[in-house]
Design a protein around this ligand. Structure first.
Ligand code: 5RP
Length: 237
């Protein structure tokens, strides 16, 4: 593994571990998805073995399976509709703490858990912090409506691409049984407006734009040295 890859792993681990260290005894946790969150789970598993009492609501099969392997007790939104703290990753974070999520196709459950939680802690590495969101925006769509939704997405000014599976022929099927379309925009100048427009298309389940949680969001930007913490108090008006 080269130095850049090692530095990236160190940054993700540092962010994940710091998020897990924010967890207090008795908390109900939202557990996001992705490689950075897995480091938070690794650290949480150690703390649970040391006596920390928590229960986590997983946002994907990946997270549920890993939490099970790590001995982290799980629960559901039915049992615990208001998690104390949600730990999740992101694909990009802008200077207003708007997020693009969904590379792992878990965006719908992630948004449900983020919306339900009292606090949202986002764990990223430095490369994901940007001035303007520019990554493709993942959108979860029910298969029944894929054709008309693609046309509507094009009319919003993007190039929509149906995401293909890896080690599976054909499209990715989400944990909810739907398709994912990645929408390449030429920069997202008004993420909130775009999130609303996407939500208004019949057949769209959710988009990977997360613009409504900025007030309760803390971003932990991992690096090899000290992690940087960003909250809504740091947003320049
Ligand atoms: C999954 C997600 C992930 O949280 C996001 O893609 C970040 O993943 P990673 O930490 O592996 O870079 O939104 O749907």
């Amino acid at each position: 593994m080269d130095d850049t890859a090692q530095a990236l792993i160190a940054a993700k681990r540092a962010a994940g571990y710091q998020a897990a260290d924010m967890v207090q005894d008795g908390m109900i946790l939202g557990l996001g998805t992705g490689s950075t969150v897995l480091y938070a789970l690794e650290r949480l598993s150690l703390r649970v073995r040391e006596g920390l009492q928590v229960r986590g609501i997983p946002t994907s099969y990946q997270t549920a399976r890993r939490a099970y392997e790590y001995g982290i007790p799980l629960t559901t939104l039915d049992e615990e509709p208001v998690p104390d703290l949600v730990i999740d990753g992101a694909d990009q974070v802008d200077i207003r703490l708007n997020l693009i999520k969904g590379r792992g196709a878990a965006l719908t459950r992630e948004k449900c858990v983020a919306a339900a939680g009292l606090c949202l802690v986002i764990v990223i590495d430095e490369q994901k912090l940007v001035t303007t969101l520019s990554a493709p925006v993942p959108v979860e769509i029910i298969p029944f409506a894929i054709r008309p939704v693609m046309t509507r997405l094009e009319s919003l000014g993007c190039i929509p691409v149906l995401r293909d599976g890896v080690k599976k022929d054909g499209p990715v099927i989400t944990d909810n049984g739907n398709f994912i379309v990645d929408c390449g925009f030429d920069g997202v100048d008004n993420p909130k407006e775009l999130e609303t427009a996407l939500a208004g298309i019949p057949g769209v389940v959710e988009s990977g734009l997360f613009c409504c949680f900025t007030e309760k969001t803390t971003v932990i930007v991992g690096s090899k040295k000290k992690c940087k913490i960003i909250t809504s108090a740091d947003i320049v008006p």
